[in-house]
Design a protein around this ligand. Structure first.
Ligand code: NAD
Length: 472
């Protein structure tokens, strides 16, 4: 549904919410087979409408169809297949052991759906980041309102069309709109909110959720440091880093935000990174269809502002640096001699700029990383186990990849998410299913006699209690 003028938003959303609430128990009672059928519908729609999806993302920010396949179609289809394979097992009650003090009872955990869920998604991978959590919510048996980002209107519209074609709105509905619509949605008494976006808006979402004591999953962002030590294979590091940094024009939550490199390797890294950028995008990235654009004018100005601020304060551009405002184009850019006084080292960049800091001693790295917020991802390029362990043990992050970047995103068996400022809660596969479920504890009394501990507290009861304390 498309949100109506402001005065009617609250009312129409309340009506939709109530409709879903009425239907929530029916959906909660669905079997694994029924949920799998719904997941297949979403998966098949993605596969059958690949060219429509590619057209929408080209219209939004000139994204190449191959990149759409890699970063939108594959992750959603992969998540769907993983859930289809495992859902029956995840939905089974989990038996737990009976401690001695509970002899005569049996206990288990059942995963019941949380109920009315809200998913708010960002613009940078609009299908992927709206539909992966949606599949997890469906797997767990919930009803869902999904609000995609208004920043990519073509993608948002297509997501709304897809869901309207596949589901009745009393089960899953898309509500399109901006922050005003989100604000109206956040007033409703959802049981769970799954938000992907910036830490600043994450705080607004969590504050609103607190009013209803609603649980949240916050998939946020921040600066993901990328450490290259003196033993690293610099060529391989430069290739892995530039490929993932400039995918989607640097607009990736887990993109390497900045490089922290051993000073003995800096020159080699700059040379290798520039060589690989030229190989991927040619000598003028403006001309290649393989390199998409900054999503809009506001973000173009923000990212270009980081470059200008850094240069004005003494940083040097050592690769790229050109831009074209009419197309929101910024060349893949490497910047050296950056410091904390520059905006580029304060904010999450979320654009095609790669600042490079240098260190002489490993201690400097952990001190610097430790001063900042805990990152969503931290990457280490090294051949020395001692250094790898040192960097892992002395920092905290949502995930760490060694000698690559971002590939943890492909690992269905790992939880995905941040820590504090970079996120709360986890998603993907079983972790996503659990996030959208309430782990309900069930105990059944078969033949235990708990009445022996009831008043009156005779000597016999006291002795029994002593025995319990001593032995159980
Ligand atoms: P954003 O926080 O601006 O917007 C995200 C969503 O929140 C959008 O749907 C938007 O309409 C809505 N929104 C905006 N203002 C709001 C408000 N005041 N109240 C309620 N809702 C509001 O984020 P974005 O610009 O779309 O995405 C970029 C951010 O998302 C980056 O920080 C990035 O790192 C992060 N991100 C994180 C992940 C992850 O999985 N952890 C994935 C992608 C992006």
């Amino acid at each position: 549904m498309i949100a109506e003028p402001k005065i009617n938003i609250d009312l129409s959303l309340q009506v939709l919410f109530e409709k879903q609430k009425q239907n929530a128990q029916n959906i909660a009672n669905t079997t694994a087979k029924e949920r799998i059928a719904k997941i297949k519908k979403v998966m098949n729609w993605m596969l059958e409408n690949e060219s429509q999806i590619a057209d929408a993302l080209y219209a939004d920010h000139k994204k190449h169809p191959a990149e759409v396949k890699i970063s939108e179609i594959m992750p959603v289809v992969g998540e769907a297949k993983f859930i289809i394979k495992h859902l029956t097992q995840w939905m089974r009650a989990e038996d737990v052991d009976t401690p001695l003090k509970m002899v005569g009872t049996i206990s288990k955990i059942i995963h019941e759906p949380k109920g009315n869920c809200l998913i708010i998604s960002p613009w940078n991978y609009p299908f992927n980041l709206a539909l992966k959590p949606l599949l997890q919510a469906i797997a767990a048996g919930n009803v869902v309102i999904l609000k995609p980002s208004e920043v990519v209107p073509h993608a948002s519209k297509l997501i709304a069309k897809m869901i309207a074609e596949l589901f009745d709105e009393n089960e899953i509905a898309v509500v399109e709109g901006d922050a005003d619509v989100s604000t109206a949605l956040l007033k409703l008494k959802f049981s769970h909110i799954f938000f992907t976006g910036s830490p600043a808006v994450g705080k607004i979402v969590m504050t609103a959720a607190a009013k209803n004591l609603c649980s949240v999953t916050l998939e946020l962002g921040g600066k993901s440091p990328t450490i290259i030590d003196e033993t690293a294979n610099v060529k391989a590091a430069a290739q892995a880093i530039t490929a993932m940094k400039f995918l989607n024009n640097g607009q990736t939550c887990i993109a390497p935000d900045y490089i922290y490199i051993h000073q003995s390797k800096t020159d080699e890294f700059i040379q290798e990174a520039n060589a690989y950028l030229a190989k991927m995008y040619g000598n003028d990235a403006f001309q290649t269809p393989d390199y998409c654009r900054v999503v809009n004018d506001r973000h173009f100005k923000r990212v270009k502002g980081y470059m200008e601020d850094a240069v004005a304060k003494g940083a040097k551009i050592v690769g790229g640096g050109r831009s074209n405002e009419s197309e929101n184009y910024i060349e893949p850019t490497l910047i050296i001699d950056v410091n904390d006084g520059m905006k580029i080292m304060q904010d999450e960049i979320f654009g095609p700029l790669l600042p490079i800091m240098q260190f002489a001693d490993n201690e400097e790295v952990i001190e610097y990383v430790g001063k900042g917020e805990k990152p969503l991802a931290l990457y280490v390029f090294s051949k020395k186990r001692k250094n790898i362990d040192f960097f892992i043990q002395n920092t905290s992050a949502g995930a760490t990849v060694i000698n690559e970047t971002t590939i943890h995103y492909l690992q269905d068996n790992l939880p995905f998410g941040g820590v504090n400022n970079s996120g709360i809660g986890k998603s993907f596969g079983k972790y996503g299913f659990e996030e959208f479920s309430n782990k309900r504890a069930i105990v059944e009394n078969k033949f235990a006699q708990f009445s022996m501990f009831h008043p009156p507290y005779t000597n016999r009861v006291k002795k029994l209690l002593d025995l319990v304390i001593k032995w159980f």
